[in-house]
Design a protein around this ligand. Structure first.
Ligand code: LLP
Length: 431
């Protein structure tokens, strides 16, 4: 099994967090998102403890909530003592709706709307991660009107290629995110921020990309950020108190993916940073991280019911499911690979090659192509593993398909945390 929270029961059914998923499918219907609460909490703890082990209790582990957010997730993240990064008014609203401590919220985004900025200022969030000069000017002006001084970090682009899918690279010089160090604009960005009376420049931020399996992009980014900090200190006499190095640790989706060891990655980053802080004679900054996928990906699974199984003789075989790109657009967008099980007959051999097709009117609506699968018959439940990150959060109502429910499972206990959308819900805002 791709992760240890998945197993095969004696009756041949697949279990997730020791819960028979066929029973869950029968009780709650399909498609159905599952959240393994125990695993999610364990991942939060591992992340928090590792950050604390290497960077001390002052450092702040944030959860990048764009990966998976809903009220229950913010409740758990807050109980587990993490902060969070939000990228929209909607995420901020959801976090605040369950009492997430506002001072632990960092507001990201490359083009926050003016309304969102005012909402963030009024909500007393911990900090804005400011993306560009115009945004800086607007935050300063609005903070002035409210008679306050808003904490900010500046988003920089360190110019790193993290060797991951093009669509999830964010730290390259020509990125839409942040201000580039290489062109000298980041230096001016800092100068400008220091001139603003109603912002308090706490530090700098970078995020180089997502689903990264190599330690070098992280250590390279860390060293570029500290070089920049040292340059600022020498030329402007200003020391950044906080340096946020973003998220991006890769997660295992298929057998060939490595299993990343967060302890060794954080250890390597720490060594690199210690060396540079010493060499550059810098004051010890507080380091922040913001992992998303690492925390939620393997805590998720999606259940589907198999409909038609179609063989195009001499060509291809399709196993068709009652979900697809509306609940998981990642294959269509990035060609992302997944592992799928026959949850009704989890003990079958993996002896067929087939593509998993969704139900939308679109040929690209697939969960995977030419995958090595177990045999499926109409009515079988399919379990697609590692769907916790960027599935529910990227879901849509394409073809007017209602969004699935989400059920949290915890060692045999199941709890509905998001209701299935109804047709009326789809019409809710229509006049
Ligand atoms: N911080 C910032 C500023 C980010 O933009 C992201 C992800 C993260 C942290 C968290 O990265 P993670 O630890 O989850 O890799 N939809 C794509 C992934 C987009 C990532 C966007 N930013 C996917 O499904 O693979």
């Amino acid at each position: 099994m791709i992760h240890s929270n998945i197993s095969v029961l004696e009756n041949g059914h697949i279990a997730f967090s020791n819960t028979d998923v066929v029973e869950l499918a029968n009780k709650f219907g399909t498609p159905l998102y599952l959240l393994d609460e125990k695993r999610f909490r364990e991942n939060c703890k591992t992340y928090r403890n590792t950050v604390e082990k290497y960077f001390g209790s002052e450092s702040i582990p944030l959860y990048a909530s764009k990966a998976l957010c809903c009220k229950e997730i913010y409740r758990i993240v807050s109980q587990e003592g993490l902060g969070t990064d939000v990228v929209s008014g909607g995420e901020l609203y959801t976090a605040l709706s369950v009492g997430f401590p506002s001072e632990k919220i960092y507001f990201h985004g490359n083009n926050k709307t003016e309304e969102e900025i005012i909402y963030g200022l009024n909500s007393n969030i911990g900090a804005f991660v400011v993306d560009n000069f115009e945004e800086l000017a607007f935050i300063n002006e609005q903070a002035g009107k409210l008679n306050k001084v808003q904490n900010i970090l500046l988003r920089l682009s360190p110019g790193i290629d993290p060797h991951t899918h093009r669509a999830v690279v964010t730290g390259n010089v020509d990125s839409k995110f942040g201000v580039a160090i290489e062109t000298g604009q980041a230096f001016k960005f800092v100068e400008k921020a220091l001139e603003c009376k109603n912002v308090n420049l706490e530090g700098i931020h970078c995020h180089i990309g997502s689903q990264i399996f190599d330690k070098y992009p992280f250590t390279d980014a860390a060293s570029i950020m500290l070089d920049f900090a040292s340059d600022i200190k020498n030329k402007l006499g200003f020391a950044f108190r906080k340096i946020n190095l973003g998220g991006g640790i890769g997660v295992r989706y298929v057998e060939n993916d490595p299993q990343m060891d967060i302890d060794s990655i954080m250890g390597e980053i720490k060594n690199e940073l210690d060396k540079l802080v010493l060499e550059r004679d810098l004051e010890q900054p507080i380091f922040l991280f913001e992992m998303g996928r690492f925390i939620c990906a393997d805590a998720g699974m999606t259940l589907y019911t198999v409909g038609s199984v179609k063989e195009i003789e001499g060509y291809k075989k399709y196993v068709c499911i009652d979900g697809g790109m509306p609940d998981n657009p990642r294959y269509a967008l990035y060609g992302s690979k997944y592992t799928a099980y026959n949850a009704t007959h989890g003990d079958r051999e993996f002896d067929i090659v087939a593509s998993i097709a969704g139900r939308c009117c679109e040929s690209g609506d697939l969960i995977g192509e030419d995958m090595n699968l177990q045999r499926f018959d109409r009515g079988d439940i399919m379990a697609v593993a590692v769907t916790g990150a960027y599935n529910y959060s990227m879901s849509s109502n394409y073809n007017r398909i209602p969004k699935p429910a989400m059920v949290s499972v915890n060692n045999g206990e199941a709890k509905l945390i998001i209701k299935r959308q109804s047709y009326e819900d789809i019409l809710a805002n229509e006049i």
